[in-house]
Design a protein around this ligand. Structure first.
Ligand code: FE
Length: 139
């Protein structure tokens, strides 16, 4: 696999495209053919300050999450722009949910607003595909 380190200039569209979709259902790299690292895989041509190529040695199943144990086979620095942290993403990139005057539940992951008195237990967010556990009532 390749792991790309996003820099602070990454627009929300990149998060939508790579973070809110699953590679199981869609080809996230459709229309992209390069650049490629030594392992033959694509890495992002923009918005990254570094990438690492990893060889998967082991997968550990933690039920809700999985952990990949890998060996680094290549690592390149692309730019000296600052790295996007999770808190930078929340403070500066992720759009604030439009909950003004709405009653219902908001997705903590992507900001989608479900309007209604009760959120169905098996509800799946249409944007990021996260389940009801990741929703909170609109305040
Ligand atoms: Fe969502």
């Amino acid at each position: 696999m390749n792991l790309c380190c996003l820099s602070v200039d990454t627009p929300f569209d990149v998060f939508k495209s790579f973070g809110f979709r699953s590679g199981r259902n869609e080809d996230k790299f459709e229309g992209m053919d390069e650049p490629r690292s030594e392992n033959g895989l694509i890495f992002l041509s923009r918005y990254i300050n570094a990438f690492m190529s990893l060889k998967v040695e082991q997968y550990v199943d933690f039920d809700t999450h999985g952990m990949f144990i890998c060996t680094v086979t290549e690592a390149r620095v692309i730019s000296n722009r600052e790295t996007m942290t999770y808190s930078y993403y929340f403070d500066h990139v992720k759009p604030k949910p439009e909950t003004e005057g709405k009653k219902g539940f908001v997705c903590k992951i992507c900001g989608y607003v479900y309007e209604g008195d009760e959120l169905p237990e098996d509800f799946v967010c249409p944007l990021c595909k996260h389940g009801a556990a990741d929703f909170e009532p609109v305040k």
